[in-house]
Write a protein that binds this ligand. Structure first.
Ligand code: HEC
Ligand code: HEC
Ligand code: HEC
Ligand code: HEC
Ligand code: HEC
Ligand code: HEC
Length: 490
């Protein structure tokens, strides 16, 4: 300094000095990390945390140490020499040294404020990113992250569905996040992780992008399967699904998308972690007429139970994290030729190796390879089959988290889980037991245009075939009692 200042500096103490060193290091670390984060192309999930959470944290800690050090030092001086003429904290603008300090302090504060504002924005932005949600705590989030990346919503940020709109939702999610972070650090989290109960109402989440009134009409879908026999007999079902919709041009809502809360309201009571049993349903029509449907043995009192309002997620509960059942995954691979359907017992053997018990993914991948090698040693195409089985495993099975199709029922159908049949099984009736829910027969949600394989699949019947199940016609609501996703139970 050109003009020596006669006053003692409160900053000359170890704590403040250490704080200064810490603060400066944190600052330079921030600048460096920021540059790397900005200019590197492949984001690393931990980089963001270091840059926008850890480095500013240490900077603030350094500054706090400087201040606390100065305050303690002043207190110490005062106690050592009571009554001594310690400089007060006045600022004398007449003094060049004070002018300089003020300028430095003011400039510094503004710069720091801008930086923290920017940093907070980046932190906010960062904690909302797919990378943060999906990869930072990668063991617990891996199953959801991997399934998400192959879902129709792969391009949609996690927070669009999981946080919802508004500051309230953000704060709530972050509080939840702190709780989850503690869980991750201490290893205290569910295996598998339970589906969140707070993703509701769908009006606030799904309807940010989807329009409930939209008329979808009929969808033509083919479900191709291969039986677990020696020749992997193909059996396909081609359905015309009557999705219907809101009919915004004036008509009544109808079809499967009739339940869109457009005038009607469907409420229900559910039991089970995944709401798998629904013994009580209440329908309120646009005129306010209320009808209750219950199963025969329902004895509960609706005024005392938790009543849910039906929305998108009661059918589409796995829009972003669909864990394919081994049957479905192998059927798809065989339909697309990635697993050759002419290899004897291919369906049966691949499903078998996928569903064996493994402790870790790497153990599973190794044993899948060994086992298929043993079955098909020397046959051509076995390497492709192994690679495909391993891919299916990595995308749908997560032994470390006990996450696979068994942990997460999918309610949009009725084959492997009750799904629609939780209500539409013909057993939910009004109190006089005279009326069941509409759409409780095989042709009201879809018609079977064709079924079987080869030429049979070309015999289209627009009015719908009766369902031909193996060697008998069939219309029962108990599909999921036998079809469990990995071979039917006998
Ligand atoms: C299109 C909306 C949507 C997006 C995008 C989305 N999720 Fe989900 N997620 C859901 C729904 C719906 C459930 C609840 C399923 C249920 O109730 O069965 C869920 C459940 C979860 C669960 C609980 C476990 C489970 O599988 O039920 C976790 C963890 C999760 N999501 C993480 C993520 C992560 C991480 C991302 C981003 C990489 C993400 N989600 C993106 C809709 C979404
Ligand atoms: C941020 C926007 C956004 C949100 C939020 C969102 N979706 Fe979607 N959703 C999309 C887009 C875009 C597509 C179409 C993807 C495509 O066709 O490539 C889609 C497709 C779908 C499909 C059709 C999937 C298929 O197999 O073709 C369903 C069903 C669906 N969404 C349900 C939901 C549900 C349920 C929620 C709420 C949990 C939700 N979406 C939330 C944007 C969104
Ligand atoms: C009663 C069950 C049910 C409800 C409730 C429901 N859906 Fe669907 N939705 C279906 C079925 C079944 C299909 C057709 C089969 C499929 O996609 O798996 C379908 C198809 C769709 C599709 C694909 C349409 C296309 O053109 O490919 C979208 C998108 C969709 N639903 C979004 C929604 C949204 C958003 C909501 C809530 C506002 C909702 N659904 C409520 C059962 C339902
Ligand atoms: C929580 C119970 C519940 C679930 C689950 C449910 N529904 Fe419904 N659904 C109803 C009720 C209640 C009605 C009105 C019945 C009536 O009017 O008799 C209805 C009506 C329908 C209708 C007739 C609509 C019309 O045009 O009148 C169709 C089609 C339908 N549901 C399809 C489905 C499909 C497909 C699924 C599964 C993806 C499904 N539902 C799941 C409760 C449910
Ligand atoms: C309440 C509506 C509803 C009723 C009633 C209904 N289904 Fe379905 N069904 C569906 C929906 C929705 C899907 C498929 C949705 C998806 O997976 O995309 C489906 C799929 C199917 C499939 C193809 C499944 C597959 O994976 O191969 C068959 C076969 C089928 N239904 C047969 C029947 C038979 C037989 C009955 C009568 C016992 C019946 N359905 C009654 C709604 C219904
Ligand atoms: C009593 C047990 C039982 C019931 C109930 C049952 N199935 Fe099956 N289903 C079987 C068996 C066994 C096979 C032969 C599977 C194989 O060889 O891979 C089969 C095969 C099928 C197939 C072709 C192969 C496959 O793996 O998908 C379809 C599709 C099918 N069933 C649909 C249904 C539907 C839809 C319902 C309900 C309406 C239903 N099944 C009810 C036992 C049952």
């Amino acid at each position: 300094m050109s003009q020596p200042d006669s006053r003692p500096s409160y900053l000359r103490n170890w704590l403040s000095l250490a704080g200064t060193v810490l603060g400066l290091s944190a600052f330079f670390a921030f600048v460096l990390l920021f540059a790397v984060d900005t200019f590197s192309h492949h984001g690393n999930p931990y980089m963001g945390i270091l840059t926008y959470v850890v480095a500013p944290g240490f900077l603030l800690m350094g500054l706090a140490m400087v201040a606390v050090g100065a305050w303690m030092h002043r207190k110490h001086l005062r106690e050592a020499e009571p009554g001594a003429d310690l400089p007060s904290l006045t600022i004398d603008l007449g003094r060049p040294a004070d002018q300089r300090r003020l300028l430095l302090f003011g400039g510094g504060s503004v710069a720091f404020l801008l930086l923290t504002a920017f940093g907070s924005f980046q932190t906010y932005h960062y904690t909302e990113s797919v990378q943060f949600c999906g990869q930072v705590c990668h063991t617990p989030m891996k199953p959801e992250f991997v399934t998400y990346q192959v879902s129709p919503h792969a391009k949609i940020e996690c927070v669009k569905c999981h946080v919802g709109n508004g500051a309230g939702a953000y704060v709530k999610a972050k509080m939840n996040g702190v709780h989850q972070l503690v869980g991750v650090i201490t290893g205290d989290y569910g295996r598998p992780i339970k589906p969140p109960q707070n993703l509701r109402p769908a009006q606030d989440i799904c309807e940010q992008c989807h329009w409930a009134q939209r008329e979808v009409g009929k969808l033509d879908r083919t479900y191709t399967h291969f039986l677990a026999d020696e020749t992997n007999t193909q059996f396909s079902v081609r359905l015309s699904l009557n999705v219907g919709g809101g009919n915004p041009r004036g008509g009544e809502p109808g079809g499967i998308h009739w339940h869109m809360n457009l005038g009607h309201k469907v409420e229900y009571i559910a039991t089970g972690e995944h709401r798998e049993n629904i013994p009580w349903v209440r329908l309120t029509d646009p005129n306010g007429v209320v009808t209750e449907f219950t199963t025969k043995d329902f004895k509960g009192d609706p005024s005392k139970e938790r009543v849910h309002t039906m929305d998108c997620m009661d059918c589409h509960n796995r829009p972003a994290h669909r864990f394919l059942s081994p049957n479905d995954a192998v059927d798809m691979a065989m339909a697309s030729g990635k697993i050759d359907p002419s290899v004897p017992w291919a369906k049966s053997n691949v499903v078998q190796v996928l569903t064996a018990e493994y402790a870790t993914e790497s153990e599973a991948l190794a044993k899948i390879a060994d086992s298929l090698q043993a079955h098909y040693a020397g046959k051509s195409g076995v390497q492709t089959m192994i690679a495909e089985a391993q891919r299916i495993y990595s995308q749908n099975f997560f032994p470390e988290m006990k996450a696979d199709w068994r942990a997460y029922p999918d309610n949009v159908s009725h084959k492997n889980w009750a799904g629609c049949f939780r209500c539409h099984d013909g057993l939910h009736k009004t109190a006089d037991r005279k009326r069941t829910l509409k759409a409780s027969d095989c042709n009201s949600c879809h018609v079977i245009l064709a079924q079987g394989s080869g030429e049979e699949l070309e015999k289209l019947n627009p009015k719908g075939h009766n369902f031909f199940h193996l060697d008998a016609e069939y219309s029962d609501f108990t599909c999921h009692n036998c079809h469990t996703g990995a071979f039917p139970k006998e």
